[in-house]
Design a protein around this ligand. Structure first.
Ligand SMILES: Nc1ncnc2c1ncn2[C@@H]1O[C@H](COP(=O)(O)OP(=O)(O)OP(=O)(O)O)[C@@H](O)[C@H]1O
Ligand SMILES: [Mg+2]
Length: 244
């Protein structure tokens, strides 16, 4: 099967130094892949490189059969790659409704209503806070709004950087369930998560990064059982109740 995304020897970073080095992988369509790694391992840098917002050094980003490393991020978004960065909402003084409208800007006007309704049904919190300024939402709610703002574009490849950070266990569960729903419609998801356990439970594949390089890749269930991963990222034991 043609992968939804293939990275071939990708090196990327900032300024004069690559952070991510010689990174290769293939993501099958409709798959969920979790990217694991310690702070500073280069996870966010890898997502930015796929979206095109940092510096490319070498290698290929093959999407829909084409190396897109020279394509700008707005065009990548138009082609179906969506990136939800780590952190808080970009437009704090605008309401939830206005932020969602902004998320629709690359879409034809006739799709706005239908797409917005769809994300609101995934995250009912958005309806409750419809007229609230985004800056007055909790950190977790802002993260959900940011995710919703890219979901309205109906991406084919979704890059999520720590979507459950700061969320209550209940809302983390909602986010993981939404990711599963989205992937079930054929969307390919690459997700960085601090809730490694919850993310592994919904993922097909896991990739472990260390110092900018791929350290391990395999079925999520196998990576979850690996003693080194349990020790480093799962607190040495596995709790069945966390997250999803
Ligand atoms: N805009 C930037 N300019 C220069 N260096 C950066 C920039 N962003 C990140 N870095 C550096 O790149 C390295 C990898 O950072 P990155 O944010 O990709 O790590 P991460 O795996 O996402 O970590 P975390 O789990 O803490 O989010 C770090 O050494 C960081 O200091
Ligand atoms: Mg990061």
């Amino acid at each position: 099967m043609t992968p939804a995304l293939e990275l071939v020897g990708l090196s990327a970073g900032y300024g004069e130094v690559p952070i991510v080095r010689d990174f290769s992988t293939r993501l099958p369509p409709g798959s969920i892949t979790t990217l694991i790694g310690g702070n500073g391992a280069g996870k966010s840098t890898l997502l930015r490189a796929i979206y095109g917002t940092n510096r490319w050094f070498a290698g290929q980003v093959v999407y829909e059969g084409q190396d897109i490393h020279t394509v700008d991020p707005t065009e990548r978004l138009r082609r179906g790659i969506a990136f939800v960065p780590q952190g808080r909402c970009n437009f704090p003084s605008m309401t939830v409704a206005e932020n969602l409208k902004l998320g629709c800007y690359v879409l034809p006007a006739k799709l706005h209503r239908e797409r917005t309704d769809r994300v609101v049904s995934l995250f009912p919190m958005l309806r409750e806070k419809w007229s609230v300024a985004a800056g007055n939402l909790s950190g977790g709610e802002q993260q959900v709004l940011e995710t919703a703002m890219v979901l309205v574009t109906a991406p084919k490849l979704l890059l999520l950087d720590e979507p459950s950070l700061g969320l209550s266990p209940k809302m983390q569960g909602e986010v993981f369930a939404a990711v599963q729903d989205i992937a079930a419609t054929g969307v390919t998801v690459l997700i960085v998560e601090q809730n490694v356990h919850g993310a592994l439970l919904i993922s097909h594949t896991a990739i472990v990064m260390e110092l900018g390089r791929k350290f391990m890749e395999g079925p999520a269930a196998a990576v979850r059982e690996d003693p080194r991963i349990r020790e480093a990222y799962l607190g040495g034991n596995i709790k069945e109740s966390a997250g999803a």
